[in-house]
Design a protein around this ligand. Structure first.
Ligand code: SAH
Length: 359
């Protein structure tokens, strides 16, 4: 399911693996760190320009290795400063990544798959189905391209895995990408600056609890009962609300850390006072904060955004019950860069790809 990449693609190496690959060619380990600094910190992709390496190593890199970088095809700027990037991958598939400035920090919203298999009822990406997983190099590649295009290689930024795709449905490559992003010789993004958002693929969630590099966790909950959630998030039929909440209660959290529960508000569907009270009861005893996301409407999405008054009423019930609540501002709606609006049209799946969708 992954893209075609050569085993010698520098974009796909974690530093220890690169050290090993260089060692077999007779080079010292620290060379891998130097190469990481060129690629990630300085945005240099041509080995000939890596001037602190020996001529022999530069020649070997050019002859025996490749460095695949997504191509920036289109860049759109929203009235609110949000920017959407359309990137083309090595096999011609497309993904989108989003830059969200000043929230208060700078944030990159990046994709983990081309399309998504989860088919949530209100999400445009879900309409694409899953086309393929991204490789770790393609996940990190988005950060390389955005940091370069925005001149942010020296700026601290947050990363949210909230673009196209379900990160826990592409577990190994996502975790590898997080290790690469955390590498002190690379972008050095500390895990506390990364948030992984998931619909709650339970086995993968449990697996993540023992990862050495662990991001912040956001759960796309959207409904307090199985009856309602099952209609919105098909995966709920497999992993239900109470199982997800139980797993969240067991999840090892660092001091003062909390799990974010995302809740897309759909007018007349999941925004009643009773839903709010049920949600408050469900989250009692979970180290949580709730992020309400008023629906970003789109053609073909059969739901409506609730009124501001309805959003406020819902938020107030949660706050009165002692929960921490925020309402997500919809950034970049004018360029279709907001939550659930990422879709790249015209990417046909093969029959085999359709079959490969796991549920
Ligand atoms: N698959 C992961 C990562 C995507 S994050 C997940 O579902 O968590 C994208 C977030 O935007 C999710 O919380 C998703 O539920 C939300 N979203 C999807 N469609 C939306 C829409 N039309 N309006 C507002 N939020 C939406």
């Amino acid at each position: 399911m992954t893209g075609k990449t050569r085993p010698t693609d520098l974009a796909e190496f974690e530093r220890p693996a690169l050290e090993a690959a260089l060692a077999t060619r007779g080079h010292e380990g620290f060379r891998a760190g130097q190469i990481f600094r060129w690629i990630y910190r300085r945005g240099v992709t041509d080995p000939a320009a890596m001037t602190d390496l020996s001529l022999e190593l530069r020649t070997q890199l050019a002859d025996e290795f490749a460095l695949t970088t997504p191509t920036l095809e289109q860049r759109e700027v929203s009235a609110d400063g949000t920017e959407k990037f359309l990137l083309r991958l090595v096999d011609g598939r497309h993904i989108e990544s989003v830059f969200i400035p000043d929230t208060p920090s700078m944030t990159f919203c990046i994709s983990t798959q081309v399309g998504c298999a989860m088919a949530c009822a209100f999400c445009l990406t879900g309409r694409m189905g899953l086309i393929r997983n991204l490789t770790a190099g393609e996940i990190v590649g988005q950060v390389r391209v955005l940091a370069g295009a925005l001149n942010m290689r020296e700026t601290a930024f947050n990363i949210v895995l909230m673009g196209m795709g379900e990160p826990l449905h592409n577990y190994d490559e996502t975790m590898k990408a997080l290790r690469m992003l955390a590498d002190p010789q690379g972008f050095a993004v500390p895990p506390r600056r990364v948030t992984l958002s998931t619909v709650g693929l339970l086995p993968a969630l449990e697996r993540m609890a023992s990862e050495p590099v662990m991001p912040n966790l956001a759960i796309s909950l959207h409904a307090p009962t199985d009856a309602l959630r099952g209609e919105l998030v098909p995966l709920n039929k497999k992993y239900g609300v109470s199982e997800i909440i139980a797993a969240c209660k067991r999840f090892p959290l660092q001091k003062r850390r909390r799990i974010t529960f995302e809740y897309v508000l759909l007018a007349g569907v999941n925004d009643s006072s009773q839903d709010a009270r049920r949600l408050a009861r469900l989250l009692a005893g979970v180290k949580s904060k709730v992020n309400l996301i008023p629906l970003n409407a789109a053609a073909g999405i059969p739901f409506e955004r609730p009124s501001d008054a309805a959003v406020d009423r819902f938020a107030k019930i949660l706050a009165d019950a002692g929960l921490t609540v925020s309402v997500r501002k919809s950034r970049g709606r004018d360029i279709r860069a907001a939550c659930g609006q990422l879709i790249v049209e015209g990417q046909k799946k093969s029959a085999a790809q359709q079959l490969a969708v796991i549920m």
